[in-house]
Design a protein around this ligand. Structure first.
Ligand code: IPM
Ligand code: MG
Length: 401
């Protein structure tokens, strides 16, 4: 028998979700333009350690960035500050994914560098809070999750533009158990939300001389939301002559990233949130592991840069935290420097990470006392970045000439 009361309650809940999302769309339409860092007197950079190995690798990344940006720090153009309190203990005691005072401090910074934070799940002993990442992306409207994956020796140079605030993530904790048998979650795709990520991908392609943007959806099955996303991508592509757009479905896309005959043809890829979550883990693994990749969460007003791996609590329990590899935080730091107006420094740091981590490997990290500490690796990176010839060294390793 149909339970009309349950249906009524579900309809009301759905009504609330619709109201909230329509209000959100209005906010998106009136969003302020992007910050121009050249005219900001002091760029505030917040560093949040997070959980587990997070504080160790975040501190190391801060040390390297402060060193590379020492002139800017001395002149007052850049200021680093540590933001405490984004820990699972503090979040649990406030029953908030991001406690209010922490969020306030984050909003005092233009950009932040964030270590991994523990994401509670049912039964792990912590209150089942929304992931701090997901909250921060929504709270600060960090709509573009940009994840570069490069394997120069194979000609692979992919940049993923993952939409970061919508799709299954927008109301992922507002699904409905209509009754004990029927559960419904909601997927949100908006026109302004899709437009800004697709345009960000095309603008990046244009700026960096790329010739192809690939849209990834499942529009053959998820016809309404993915259909709209794909149609919009096709429309937007018309304003970018010289950049070809192609469209792939997510299932075959995961296969083609593994196809050596095809994969180096992809350049810039744009997709809704969940497909991007999955595809970028696959791509990170192809590059050498998810621990090798960094991630930029960009918005108009704020941006956050992070490692894409977890907090490795076991390393701390076993007293091995000082051996945690800071590479992905340093990658995130390189993207941060590019973003705030120091692309040359960012590029040099990327090159040093390639040289030290993939080619020369004079200092190797094993995650244990058999290998180097994060600080030793940081020193190795700093001395490599400082070398005037770092660009030439990189060319030689990557292209063999
Ligand atoms: C990521 C992570 C997060 C996500 C988790 C921690 C919620 O997997 O940044 O890709 O799903 O976005
Ligand atoms: Mg992920």
């Amino acid at each position: 028998m149909v339970d009309t009361q349950a249906i009524q309650a579900a309809k009301e809940h759905f009504g609330v979700v619709l109201e909230q999302q329509l209000e959100r769309v209005e906010r998106l339409k009136s969003a302020a333009p992007a910050v121009d860092f050249s005219s900001v007197p002091t760029i505030e950079v917040g560093v949040m350690g997070g959980d587990g190995i997070g504080p160790y690798i975040a501190a190391e990344a801060q040390r390297v960035l402060e060193y590379l940006l020492r002139e800017q720090v001395a002149s007052g153009k850049v200021n680093f500050r540590v933001i405490e309190g984004l820990t699972i203990e503090n979040r649990a005691s406030h029953l908030k994914s991001i406690p209010d005072d922490v969020l306030e401090e984050i909003k005092e910074c233009h950009v932040t560098l964030k270590g991994p934070t523990h994401t509670p799940e049912q039964g792990d002993g912590w209150p089942n809070l929304e992931s701090a990442n997901v909250s921060m992306r929504k709270e600060l409207d960090l709509f573009a999750n940009v994840r570069p994956v490069r394997i120069p020796a194979e000609g692979i140079d992919w940049t993923f533009f993952r939409e970061n605030t919508e799709d299954m993530y927008a109301v992922g904790s507002q699904g409905i158990n209509v009754d004990s048998d029927l559960a419904i979650d909601f997927r949100v795709i908006t026109r302004p939300g899709s437009q800004r990520i697709i345009e960000a991908a095309f603008e990046y392609a244009k700026r960096t001389g790329k010739t192809r943007v690939t849209a990834v959806t499942k529009a053959n099955v998820v016809k309404t939301t993915d259909g709209n996303f794909l149609n919009l991508a096709q429309d937007i592509a018309k304003s970018y002559p010289g950049i070809e757009m192609d469209a792939w479905y997510i299932d075959i896309m995961t296969a083609k990233l593994l196809d050596p005959a095809r994969r180096n043809e992809f350049q810039v890829l744009v997709m809704p949130n969940l497909y991007g979550d999955i595809l970028t883990d696959e791509a990170g693994q192809i590059q050498g592991g998810v621990g090798t990749a960094g991630s930029a969460n960009l918005g108009m007003q704020y941006s956050m840069f992070e490692a894409i791996h977890g907090s490795a609590p076991r390393m701390v329990q076993e007293n091995r935290a000082q051996y945690a590899d800071p590479s992905s935080m340093l990658r995130a730091g390189a993207m941060l420097m590019e973003h705030i107006g120091f692309p040359d420094l960012g590029q040099r740091l990327h090159q040093a990470l390639d040289i030290c981590g993939q080619y020369e490997r004079e200092i190797v990290m094993t995650g244990r006392s058999t290998g180097a500490t994060a600080a030793e690796f940081g020193d190795y990176i700093m001395s490599t970045v400082e070398d005037d010839k770092v660009g030439d060294r990189w060319q030689t390793y990557v292209h063999g000439n």
